[in-house]
Design a protein around this ligand. Structure first.
Ligand code: NAG
Ligand code: NAG
Ligand code: NAG
Ligand code: NAG
Ligand code: NAG
Ligand code: NAG
Ligand code: NAG
Ligand code: NAG
Ligand code: NAG
Ligand code: NAG
Length: 514
């Protein structure tokens, strides 16, 4: 025992000292790691002996470690063996003993391919205290980082609409000839997946200043802070939303925005204006996605969020509408969305579909790649983007590169200005069915690619035309962000070859409504 440890120990009040000793002497020989479960441990308060049995399995099992706080020098070490003859695997045991090394991201794992007789996991405590989790799984490491990021829908001055990474991709089943039917204007979402197919997503959200800095090029956090669910969950000043039991300031639901799959959708309220926020999403308590950054709008921003419209499934942003009637709700969804706006939109969709179906869809082909159903989907996406304009704000030039810690991902120091256009109060030219705006507002223009996608996906006879960048497209669309500018078309024009290649990124930049 180091003198340091000793003095800490002696400072404890008597009853607590007794408790600790008692807990430490508990015989826990038959501690077992349970499949698909994570166990929380603290290195200076381990069971005696600090070993855990691993059940026998006919398939490979992975043991994973996640640090829940920043490791100090001489912290614990972790060993596993599939040799039942080794009761206390450690650095000197020899044989089939494997050390789990924990990386800079605070996670480590070892997979035992052959474990037909079971095995043992052991911790060598070290001298500095560390809390950590150990997980056992038959489907890869229980503790891991998801490759998809949380997605920002949009923010207002005090709210944010955020999505978990997608799960359960949905392949639209296209109709076939001779019964080539398409839903006309209105569509409904398929029934949400049942709970056995729905991951338990948790949102970790807080002001960027309360989180350790993220180094994107190495995918680690500053000062060795673990990039793990248990560590980030514990960062102070957080709003934590549980998907199943959201706190009052976060509303959660499932939503199918697009074919990427279902996502958990959160509407978080009570945020501060003009503040950088950081979001992480935790899946099933142990898998981490993020960080994704965003910034809230200025206090005068007045466009409410619109979300969960079955006929416009990917609309999840602020729209120039008056505040929703009543005081209880502050956002629009299908239940309170003005029918003066939705009815004509659905009518356009219906009329378009009726005309589209005059083509012998499924019997004749207008393209080797596209079907009538593809055309209808692309048209719906475009129609919703132009009928429901998105509000934005003109970034002030000092913060136009509004990147909280944008290290290498968008180095090359992009200062790409978003496609924003000031709109005077009064008639909303894009959609005269929208109520007249009562004040000036700023539109974040739709990405031109949503128009080009509909143009590409639909038969020529429909006469669908998109403006050409040379002739003023930039007055109504964001041009050149995702794909190259049309005027560059020629040798180096390419899809996704635009200034940003994306409509938005993880750092909170949103360049066009896409
Ligand atoms: C453990 O979880 C994986 C992935 O969710 C699942 O496929 C597997 O059946 C689970 N195993 C048990 C024993 O619950
Ligand atoms: C333990 O695992 C190693 C490597 O997978 C394997 O070679 C060995 O046979 C296993 N031992 C037992 C007792 O299963
Ligand atoms: C699991 O361990 C392997 C080998 O050490 C490593 O390459 C991989 O990144 C680890 N996975 C996770 C999720 O930590
Ligand atoms: C045609 O397809 C629709 C939707 O898939 C179905 O409801 C309808 O019964 C089908 N009609 C015929 C004649 O098969
Ligand atoms: C769309 O269809 C659903 C289900 O039939 C219906 O409940 C809803 O009111 C319709 N929406 C609109 C805007 O017509
Ligand atoms: C997590 O936070 C709680 C409360 O702030 C604190 O008591 C606990 O020690 C922290 N745990 C870790 C592992 O940092
Ligand atoms: C979901 O995860 C959270 C945090 O990991 C946990 O508190 C909650 O009990 C879980 N809910 C379900 C239904 O598993
Ligand atoms: C849709 O078509 C109907 C019938 O042709 C027409 O009366 C209506 O004005 C059209 N609606 C729109 C929004 O174009
Ligand atoms: C948000 O982050 C950016 C980039 O780090 C910084 O320039 C800006 O001042 C921050 N905004 C606020 C309100 O903290
Ligand atoms: C909206 O404003 C336009 C002029 O900008 C006016 O002609 C129209 O009547 C207004 N509509 C409503 C519903 O107030």
């Amino acid at each position: 025992m180091t003198p340091n440890f000793m003095s800490k120990f002696l400072l404890l009040p008597r009853p607590l000292l007794f408790l600790l000793i008692h807990a430490g002497t508990l015989n826990a020989q038959n501690q077992v790691l349970v499949l698909n479960q994570s166990l929380s441990l603290v290195s200076n308060n381990l069971p005696n002996p600090p070993t855990f049995s691993i059940p026998a399995s006919s398939t490979p099992l992975t043991i994973s470690i996640a640090f829940c706080e920043t490791p100090q020098q001489d912290g614990p070490r972790f060993f596993v063996t599939n040799d039942t003859g080794i009761g206390d695997p450690g650095p000197g045991s020899g044989g089939d003993v494997f050390e789990i090394t924990v990386g800079e991201n605070g996670m480590g794992n070892v997979t035992l391919d052959s474990i037909s007789n079971g095995g043992t996991f052991a911790v060598t405590a070290g001298t500095s205290q560390l809390s950590f989790e150990v997980g056992l799984s038959d489907s890869g490491p229980l503790h891991s980082q998801l490759t998809s990021l949380p997605l920002l829908g949009d923010s207002t001055n005090n709210q944010a609409l955020l999505f978990s990474p997608p799960f359960l991709p949905v392949n639209p089943s296209d109709p076939t000839y001779p019964n080539y039917t398409l839903p006309l204007g209105n569509i409904t979402q398929p029934p949400p997946p049942d709970s056995s197919q729905t991951p338990n997503f948790t949102l970790i959200l807080g002001p960027t200043t309360s989180f350790p800095t993220f180094d994107a090029s190495n995918n680690v956090l500053s000062n060795n802070f673990p990039m793990t669910a248990c560590a980030l969950r514990n960062v102070s000043n957080l709003v934590v939303g549980e998907s199943t039991n959201p706190p009052a300031n976060a509303q959660a639901s499932l939503w199918l925005r697009d074919s990427d799959g279902w996502r958990t959708q959160w509407i978080v309220s009570g945020l501060d204006s003009i503040t950088n926020y950081t979001a992480y999403v935790v899946q099933d308590g142990t898998k981490i996605a993020g960080p994704t950054y965003f910034r809230t709008k200025t206090a005068i921003f007045s466009c409410p969020l619109v979300h969960s419209l079955p006929f416009c499934p990917s609309t999840s942003y602020s729209v120039p509408l008056p505040p929703p009637p009543g005081t209880a709700v502050t956002t629009y969804d299908a239940s309170n969305f003005p029918s003066d706006v939705s009815d004509p939109l659905i009518q356009y969709m219906t009329n378009f579909t009726v005309t589209l179906l005059t083509f012998a869809c499924g019997r004749d082909w207008y393209s080797p790649l596209q079907t009538c159903a593809d055309c209808q989907r692309a048209y719906r996406t475009w129609l919703c983007a132009v009928q429901l304009p998105r509000c934005g704000e003109i970034p002030d030039t000092t913060t136009s590169a509004s990147t909280p810690q944008s290290s290498s991902i968008d180095s090359g120091a992009q200062v790409v200005f978003p496609a924003v256009l000031s709109q005077p109060k009064g008639d909303i030219a894009r959609n005269t069915n929208l109520p007249n705006a009562t004040g000036d507002w700023v539109e974040l223009l739709p990405c031109l690619e949503s128009c080009n996608a509909a143009d590409r996906a639909c038969p020529n006879f429909l006469g669908f035309m998109c403006p050409v960048p040379r002739f003023n497209a930039a007055s109504s669309y964001g041009v050149g962000f995702i794909d190259g500018d049309e005027k560059d078309k020629g040798s180096d024009w390419e899809q996704d070859g635009g200034m940003t290649g994306l409509s938005q990124d993880r750092w909170g930049h949103v360049w066009c409504n896409g």
